[in-house]
Design a protein around this ligand. Structure first.
Ligand SMILES: *Cc1c(COP(=O)(O)O)cnc(C)c1O
Length: 459
């Protein structure tokens, strides 16, 4: 009997296509120089396959587009807000919703409410905007992720886990009073999209309860995290994604959400909390920074599309295809011996630039260099997640993160398997000529979140 492989494919078909522009090597060279070797400064028309981010780049479903037509654009009390509030309660279980224009809007409001000058905010690895808002509110971030997360070779299944000993040491050192909350991301972005386990969350909940410390959940990619729990954690093999998502949320006291990721919309976010006092304060502050508490910077139609997107995001078939495509790309890269972060994460493949370009020091920006080289080769746009993204400390010194990565982030429901092949082949071509690649020098450095606008020159 012949062995026939049991393949599966995307649980959708394509109704409309967006045409892509192909470029020549000469055009790409010119475009890259004009962009100061920063892929953030390229024009989208200069890009063939855009893996800069999975943020706001998803394809909406026909149902979501239909929802756009159902926008209730009343200034106050839009029907779409109440629908979104209901969906957030039903799917995630948080009691109170404050809509914001995107994730960082929620981070700003939350940080202003909960953080006092001199406070410490422990978290399972930093995220750029999250940490910056904590710092701007007078707080200091402390990393409590397990050591395995900082090692791209370590294949531990839950590299997003918190090291409870690190946390206990911090509580002992500063006292629980100076810790307004623990900041917990699901599917830790900066670690390569690595999940946290239910077991770890439960233990964290028990420990924080003892000390009266809140847990705030950065739930941007909670469904992708739930998929890894379903695949890898004992006892969850047959649990639907929807149930796992709700369980994750139940161990936390509130959340900030960038709906531009998991929730399958092009713009939007929210803050959700269980605590009435925090909600009251947030509902007041949102008016200052975002908009009225029933729209928070979004149009009614955006809220409707988000409500529908949240429902689709916790569908088992959707999430398997979504993460499955990322894993397909990662395995293809491995077949060409390209060094990547393992295990392969939920929203993208992270190439280890230190290993790829070992002849460059971190001051020569290996990841920034590699992202530029891949664009030159094929018009594939990726981004740096290393020393440039890490930025500087309050005292002006550079952060030197252990991980120096190039992120190949996959938009949801946008590209095909053939695109994944093109991406992997381009990376393999650059890998073949890696020894001839020179680093970069930074010639312009913005003060905040420098990776967005910094400019470089070839060394
Ligand atoms: C994108 C992101 C944010 C910020 O959200 P925006 O919608 O971009 O403002 C916060 N945390 C994580 C983990 C993210 O990936």
């Amino acid at each position: 009997m012949t062995y026939i492989k049991h393949s599966w494919a995307e649980p959708y078909k394509i109704k409309m296509v967006e045409l892509l522009q192909m470029t020549t090597a000469a055009q790409r060279k010119k475009a890259l120089q004009a962009a100061g070797y920063n892929t953030f400064l390229l024009k989208s028309k200069e890009v063939y396959i855009d893996l800069l981010t999975d943020s706001g780049t998803s394809a909406m479903s026909d149902r979501q587009w239909a929802g756009i037509m159902m926008g209730d654009e009343a200034y106050a009390g839009s029907a779409n807000f109440f629908r979104l509030e209901e969906v957030v309660r039903e799917v995630y279980g948080y009691k109170y919703l404050i809509p914001t224009h995107q994730g960082r809007g929620a981070e700003n409001i939350l940080s202003k409410i909960l953080i006092k000058k001199g406070d410490i905010i422990p978290g399972n690895m930093y995220f750029t905007t999250t940490r910056l808002h904590q710092e701007l509110a007078g707080g200091k971030f402390e990393d409590i992720i397990i050591d395995e997360a900082h090692d791209p070779e370590n294949e531990f299944s839950f590299k997003g886990n918190v090291d409870l000993n690190k946390l206990e040491r911090i509580i002992k050192k500063y006292g629980a009073k100076r810790i307004p909350y623990i900041s917990i991301a699901t599917s830790v972005n900066m670690a390569g999209g690595q999940p946290i386990s239910i077991k770890n969350l439960k233990e964290l909940r028990a420990l924080t309860k003892k000390h009266g410390i809140r847990i705030i959940h950065d739930m941007t990619r909670v469904a992708e995290n739930a998929f890894f729990i379903q695949q890898r954690e004992k006892g969850f093999n047959h649990t639907p994604i929807k149930e796992i998502v709700k369980q994750i949320c139940s161990y936390t006291d509130g959340a900030t959400m960038s709906a531009k990721k998991d929730a399958l919309v092009n713009i939007g976010g929210f803050l959700a909390v269980n605590d009435w006092d925090v909600f009251e304060e947030a509902r007041n502050l949102v008016v200052v920074y975002e908009g009225l508490h029933t729209y928070g910077g979004m149009a009614g139609r955006d809220m409707e599309a988000m409500a529908i997107g949240i429902g689709e995001s916790v569908n088992d078939d959707h999430i398997r295809a979504r993460v499955g495509q990322v894993i397909y790309l990662g395995n293809k890269m491995l077949s060409y011996h390209v060094p990547i972060v393992k295990p392969i994460g939920g929203h993208g493949v992270f190439v280890d630039a230190k290993k790829f370009l070992p002849h460059l020091t971190q001051d020569q920006y290996p990841a920034q260099t590699l992202a530029a080289e891949i664009y030159l080769d094929s018009g594939v746009r990726t981004m740096e997640r290393g020393v440039v993204s890490a930025g500087r400390k309050a005292n002006g010194e550079n952060y030197y993160p252990k991980l120096e990565l190039v992120r190949f982030t996959i938009p949801r429901r946008v590209y095909t398997q053939a695109h994944m092949d093109v991406i992997a082949e381009s990376t393999a071509r650059v890998y073949e000529k890696r020894k001839k690649i020179n680093g970069l020098k930074m010639i312009y450095e913005p003060r905040y979140l420098r990776f967005f606008q910094a400019r470089f020159e070839k060394l």
